[in-house]
Each structure stands twice: as structure tokens, then as C-alpha cells.
Ligand binder design. Sequence first.
Ligand code: AMP
Ligand code: GLY
Length: 430
Amino acid sequence: MNILVLGSGGREHALAWKIKQSPLTDALYVSPGNAGTAAMAENIQLFEGIFDQHAFESIATFALSKHISLIIVGPEAPLVAGIKDYFDSRKDVSHITVVGPDKAGAMLEGSKDFAKDFMNRHRIPTAQSRTFVQAQLEEGLQYIDKQALPIVLKADGLAAGKGVIISETHEHARATLREMLNGKFGAASEKVVIEDYLKGIELSVFVLTDGKSYKILPEAKDYKRIGEGDTGPNTGGMGAITPVPFADGAFMQKVKAQVVEPTIRGLAADGINYRGFVFIGLMNVEGEPYVIEYNVRLGDPETEVIIPRIESDIVPLLHALGNQQLDQYTLVISPKTAATVVMVAEGYPDAYQKGRKITLDAGRTSALIFHAGTQSENNHTLTNGGRVMAVTGMADSMQAALDICYEGVQNIRWDGLYYRKDIGQDLLSL
Ligand code: AMP
Ligand code: GLY
């Protein structure tokens, strides 16, 4: 079958790498893709960043012309904007399986208030919270004063990963609430969720569902901060590891019973026809799972470690979402450990340069090299984003997987590259 992947990061390169291995795959297209996907699939520019009706039309026209049967949506933005609803609403393209929820399902990521309400109604463990709008500012300020510290404030809408602020003092929390409700994140902070702080260790659990049944994919831990020892500003993710050693059988059993099943049942009970990935950000609080957030896509760089551990062909599993036959397929996961180290441009996550020439000797490493922000131009590979490459190693132990990653990193060079040298160190010492 002919398949289209939407997106341009390491996540999409890893998905394309896996899909390419399937005997079911005929033509594979990535839009817009990067230099890594260009080398193994056909990159195609179908839209200019904004996901509006025009972009959806352009994707649908292309899909029809190339007889695409399966579209995998990498990032959340097209889902929140309603790409799935668009395909479902047009008779000539409604036969195409689009992996990802419709607009209603994408609200799990698109609105923190919606997600909290969903969890509370379906008794899914999460931090206690309240939501405030501008007209309730005074009430919100009084609420803050009664809460224990630290206290977490979250912009309701999508805020490019910057919308969560953890305040150590009531004064700071009050000032933050004012700023947010006064438009710090534009429309995204018209509503603010104020939530109790959860103390524990974070991990992410990924689920593929067709709305009726589900498969739990490998769980992963990502490293969000730019600096070693988890210091400095948040990034999209500087590395990831799977499996997560503290997510043992007993813990994962609780995740399944207390979080995954009520989530899938809750979506169905709410009439949400969810066919796609659910990314559940969890806090392990003394052995109990609490949901911090939902995303409606796979994580990046988590995908670069979970995909290599999937031994089954994923194409039939993804295609089965279309006719809700996921339960007909098995998912085999390798017991090995996979680690990834993300190489970023100097300056990231603040301003950084693009267009630096990359030298890469992939033949000299057994690591899997997934491109993120790269672009090919005149036979050169150039940097084209903050996160540039994700280098993945897989082995029988975490140390061996990390050794492969860091050896792989040595074969990639450009001016001003940076990566964290401590990925996995906290887990090795557990
Ligand atoms: P989010 O954008 O919801 O993923 O939040 C960003 C980060 O803030 C999370 O990955 C956590 O590290 C942290 N965080 C969010 N909510 C809480 C909470 N209730 N307690 C502690 N940390 C939190
Ligand atoms: N690595 C976190 C995310 O994809 O949201």
C-alpha cells in the first residue's frame, strides 16, 4: 500500500524507517520530511506550516493522486486543527485511514481543562486542580493562597511546551496567574489550570487504540531539560530511554487498570471516536501512577526509542485502526533497551543558527541515526532546526545501548553542536 507520513522530525524519520521495512509498503511519502526521510522515502511539500482547510485540501488531493491508503500524522497541530474530521467528511477520501484522533479527541492535548475534566469524570488519577478564567481572577488569587507549595499553573491551550509554570512561592504564583490570564500565552492562557504539585519520577506510556481495543507500546522516559543533571530551560527533549527500570510489572499493571483502560472506556463513553496514539505523561508517586498530561501523538524523541523495540510490522496495526480490527493483530516488543541522544544546535532552545553543514559517517556506527531538523541542499546535509539528530542505540543493557549512542554521536559533526552526556545516568544509578 502507499503511505504518507506527515511531519518533519526525528519521530517521523523513525516512523518512516519502520514503515519502510514492511513488506506491505509500496510507495512511502513524507511531508515535509527532512534530509533523513529524503534518503529513504519521497519528501513532498504539501502545505506551509499552517494547518487550515487549504492544507487539508492539498493533502487530500495528493493522497488521491498517489492512491494513499494510510496517513500517519506525526505532530498534534493537524489533529487539533481537524485533519481527521476533514478526511471523514469528504466521501472521496474517507476510505483513507488517518492515524490520529478527530478534533474532539485531540482536545485531550489541545485543552488542559478538557483533559482534567475528562480525568475527573472517569476517575483517572491526576493532581487535584481548578480552572480559572479572567473574570475569576480574584477567586483564583484567593485559591492560590490556600494551596500548598510548590504550585503548578498551566495555560489551557497549546503553548509550544512553555505553558506550564511551577511556582515556589504564593507571590510568584499570583503574579503568574495575572500574567497568564492577561494574555501571556495569547488565547492559550485565557483559561488557566491551577494544580497540586506531584512529587515523583516521570515516565511516558504510549497506547495505540482503534477506539474499541488497544495495545500498550513500550514506555519511555525523556530528558526535557537542556543541561546535564536536568538543569536549565525545557526543550522538546534531549534524549530518551526505554524500558524504564522503575516501571516494573506491578506498576505497569496499575497503569493499565487505573489509567489506560479508563481512558479508552472514557473516550468511548463520551462518544469520541479515537483512532490513534495516546501519549500519557505520568508521575510515579510512591508507586502510584498519576496522569500529568495527555498528548494525542507519539513523543519526540521517545519514538526514536520505542519504534526500534517494536518487532512486529506496524503497518497492519496502523491500517487496522481504519476498520477497528486492532484486536486481530499482535504486538511483539523486544526486551532490549533502547536509548537515544539528541544532538542540537548551539543556542537551542533559544535562538540558534540554521544552515550549518553536517558531516556524517553513518557507515562507521551501529547506531540508528534519525534526522530531526535537517535539510539536503546541493548534496550537502544542513542543519534546519534546533533539534538536529537523534542517535539511537539498542542492546541487552542500558549501558551498552548508551555506549552505542555516544559512539554514534562521534561520527556526526557540525559547527556548534551540543548534546547531553548524561542521558540515562539517573536510571543507571537507581
Ligand atoms: P506538561 O506541559 O503538562 O507536560 O508539563 C510540563 C512539565 O511540567 C511536566 O513534564 C512535568 O515535569 C511538570 N509538571 C506538570 N504538571 C505537574 C504537576 N502537577 N506536578 C509536578 N510537575 C508537573
Ligand atoms: N518529548 C516530549 C514530547 O514529545 O512531547
